[in-house]
Ligand binder design. Structure first.
Ligand code: MG
Ligand code: MG
Length: 280
């Protein structure tokens, strides 16, 4: 069933299926964040992820997507998104974004995290602040999702959060505009797109059963990006580092269920005063 501008609505049963896929993604990211360490290659992380995803009876959705050769996107330092796993060796202090997608019974989950190789103590204050601001903006965006609200309020919430964080951190943050969030369901990328910044149009009005992936990408400088000759890896034009956080989310009359978060978003939503609404 499609509403205005392709706002796809899922049934409770379909959202439960998406939760199964979402949990595989969340668990994969948890596993990888625990293993990523100096001396490993991005390809090592990818092999671990693919094996884990398949062990759960799921299929890695990135692998083979328009010819992509990994099960993860691993984007290091000035790489923003779509980094191809391979021989690159991770070093202490690298800021790494890991994006993962999985399919179970035809239903997709999609999420991303950012981390510092060697742990937070190995990160520069600037990188840690960027990483945290980006994650906070993701949850601000998620918190703007509510039945009856305009979808593009998400981008306004993300942008306001990043502007406030830049002021508080004494930093220059750029919100990448070329890559945005999206609807998700029986395909990884469905309509509508979800900008991470304020647009004049407020977008379609949210209905119960909408599922979207929210995914701010923020840089320590200019928001302008280039794509490398590998035709995938997106890098900042000015070489500044970037962070990326993503969750797949279901919006229902009862509230929000973060399908790719291990706790369904209960803790973060609770802290923000947003109704946590698992469809159990
Ligand atoms: Mg993703
Ligand atoms: Mg996505």
């Amino acid at each position: 069933m499609f509403g205005r501008r392709g706002l796809d609505v899922k049934t409770t049963d379909q959202i439960r299926k998406m939760r199964v896929a979402g949990l595989v993604v969340g668990e994969t990211l948890e596993l990888i964040s625990g293993q990523a360490s100096a001396g490993m290659t991005t390809g090592d992380l990818d092999r671990t992820a693919e094996e884990f995803i398949r062990s759960k009876g799921a299929t890695p959705s990135f692998l083979g997507y328009h010819g992509f050769t990994g099960s993860l996107c691993v984007s290091v330092n000035e790489e923003v998104v779509h980094g191809i796993p391979g021989p690159r060796t991770l070093r202490v202090g690298d800021l790494v974004s890991i994006d993962c997608g999985a399919i179970v019974d035809g239903w997709h989950g999609d999420a991303a995290i950012s981390l510092i190789i060697g742990g937070r103590e190995a990160g520069s204050a600037r990188d840690l602040a960027l990483m945290d601001a980006t994650e906070t903006s993701l949850w601000a965006g998620i918190s703007a999702l509510a039945v009856g609200s305009p979808l593009y309020d998400v981008g306004a919430a993300v942008q306001d959060c990043i502007v406030d964080a830049a002021r508080a951190d004494g930093a220059t943050y750029g919100i990448v505009e070329e890559y945005v969030g999206h609807g998700i369901g029986t395909e990884m990328h469905q309509d509508p797109q979800v900008p991470n910044y304020r647009v004049r149009d407020r977008g379609p009005t949210l209905k119960s059963g909408v599922t979207v992936a929210i995914e701010p990408m923020v840089t320590l400088g200019s928001a302008e990006t280039d794509v490398l000759d590998d035709e995938w890896t997106v890098v900042t034009q000015d070489g500044s580092r970037a962070a990326h956080w993503e969750q797949s989310v279901a919006v229902t009359d009862a509230g929000i269920w973060v399908l790719t978060a291990l706790d369904g978003g209960e803790k973060r939503l609770g802290a923000l005063g947003v109704a946590y609404a698992p469809l159990t």
